[in-house]
Design a protein around this ligand. Structure first.
Ligand code: TYD
Length: 219
């Protein structure tokens, strides 16, 4: 199916909500249906994304090879915004301009929620977070995969690997709550929820149906 325009779909949710699995399945299904489509993720594999992955896994080192424990949340927010800027320039905008469907595993909503909830209590950072992400292309549709922090944690445990920076019970609970109210943070944009606690196949079906409907309604 050749499209008259590009479509930008974002999947969001807490750590272990299934965004990576679902982004991959959605991409495969769209490719099978003959749709020109690309799957991508944040942090990206680009230079800023590589730095972010080091920060997330506690592997940052300075120029003298001394470990750096962690970066301030404002540094993290700026790095995520810089990675997103690079992502837009090198992948998202060109792909949309050539009428492809772009599926991104995480995007600006992750920054608005994770970075505001890791900011010092009582200080309000939402406007600043919006400002540093202002020039990022807006998604046509953001789908939040809602799961409880407990379900997501059990999935992360089953997957194995060490906990990353934000994989902390209390924060994940706050994030799950915030994602439930996701539309409040992206007013004027289209955001929908899918119950991420269903089977992989059920979530995939709902997601695929929704995306096919979106494309069919506005070819
Ligand atoms: P994720 O892809 O879920 O990690 P993994 O590949 O290890 O499964 O995302 C990495 C982490 O970065 C995750 O905890 C969410 C966080 N994050 C932010 O805090 N802000 C952002 O803007 C983005 C894109 C991710």
């Amino acid at each position: 199916m050749s499209l008259q325009r590009g479509w930008f779909i974002v999947l969001e949710g807490i750590d272990g909500s299934g965004t990576t699995t679902q982004a991959k399945l959605l991409h495969e299904a769209l490719v099978r249906s003959g749709t020109d489509c690309v799957v991508t993720r944040e942090p990206t594999p680009g230079p800023v994304g590589v730095l972010l992955r080091q920060a997330l896994s506690g592997q940052l080192r300075d120029g003298a090879d001394v470990p750096v424990a962690r970066l301030d949340f404002r540094c993290m927010a700026l790095l995520f915004a810089a990675d997103r800027c690079d992502h837009n320039e090198r992948l998202i905008r060109p792909a949309l301009a050539s009428n492809q469907v772009v599926i991104s595993d995480r995007y600006t909503l992750s920054s608005l929620l994770y970075q505001s909830l890791t900011a010092p209590v009582g200080e309000v950072w939402m406007d600043w977070l919006r400002e540093i992400n202002r020039t990022a292309t807006k998604p046509d549709l953001t789908v939040v995969l809602d799961v409880t922090a407990e379900t997501a944690k059990a999935r992360r445990r089953a997957r194995g690997g060490k906990d990353e920076l934000y994989e902390v019970d209390e924060l994940q609970r706050e994030l799950a709550e915030a994602y439930l109210r996701g539309e409040k943070f992206v007013e004027g944009e289209q955001l929908e929820h899918v119950d991420g606690s269903q089977t992989t196949e059920q979530v995939h079906r709902q997601l695929l149906d929704r995306v096919l409907q979106l494309i069919a309604d506005h070819p």
